[in-house]
Design a binder for this molecule. Sequence first.
Ligand code: PHE
Length: 330
Amino acid sequence: MKEWYNKINEAQSVDALEEIRIAVFGKKGILAAEFAKMKTAPNEQKAQIAKDLNNHKTALMNEFTAKKIALQTQELQEAMKAEAIDVSMFSTKSSAGALHPVMETMDRIVEYFSSMNFAVKTGQIVEDDFHNFEALNLPKYHPARDMQDTFYFKDEMLLRTHTSPVQIRTMLESKPPIRMIAPGAVFRRDYDLTHTPMFHQIEGLLVDEEGKVSFANLKFILEDFLKYMFGDVAVRFRPSFFPFTEPSAEVDISCVFCKGEGCRVCSHTGWLEVLGCGIVDQNVFKAVEYKNVSGYAFGLGVERFAMLIHQIGDLRSLFEGDIKLLEQFQ
Ligand code: PHE
């Protein structure tokens, strides 16, 4: 019997202890066998043997219960240790970033015009009066300058109000023919639902021999481009004014929200204005000393395109860096 006390005490796990329980207390266990042997013992010894065996049975059972509780407690503590969470530990989970919706839209626009053989030019963000206004047929004190008020530095330097100065820089540094686009940041003194002081434009310019570039060419490429960007929309050209193009037009697409029925976004007109364009004014060619050429130009706001594509209500939210908003466009 003694060895069974030792076995119980030396058991290493609840499972091992269970095996011992079966070997001791089970139907075919040692206690059952000892009680069975009693039958063949002399009658006068039977009472004593039974008493001894019952004492052992109780003692072994106490031993077993105590050991079981000890082992269970130990196993529980080990499990808790293994599964413990360190709440002070930094999260090591990382997530991949994605392009900002404005940059993604810009990439798509650049992709279209690259496929049409337009070269990509960048120009510079801090411009001088000559490139930003004067050479674009916007003389000093011309009232059309009021539409594009911006941030000035000393010596007639300013943050460019549009990407059109890149037209001038490109023409001054190269000879016709020219096919270029200029994506980049521009600055104006505006701030409301649809205007921010910094935004992005894409300029387009095509110059070739006199008589080779017509309004029909301009119309074709812009219609094709707008269908590429917005799908099956109607496109219309409205006469307008820009000092650097003559004739000039503003281009509308049928409202992408209400399909032309009329809604809040399109001010119940069914149309959304998306870009400005025209045939390059001869005064612009004079300023860069180009002779016997014709050309067309256009300019568009990238944020406006991103807003229409993603149906964003407030243009300013694009610049707040709110991850919850931006994650929706991944
Ligand atoms: N530069 C003009 C603007 O910012 C857009 C434009 C570009 C219009 C080229 C005509 C031709 O409003």
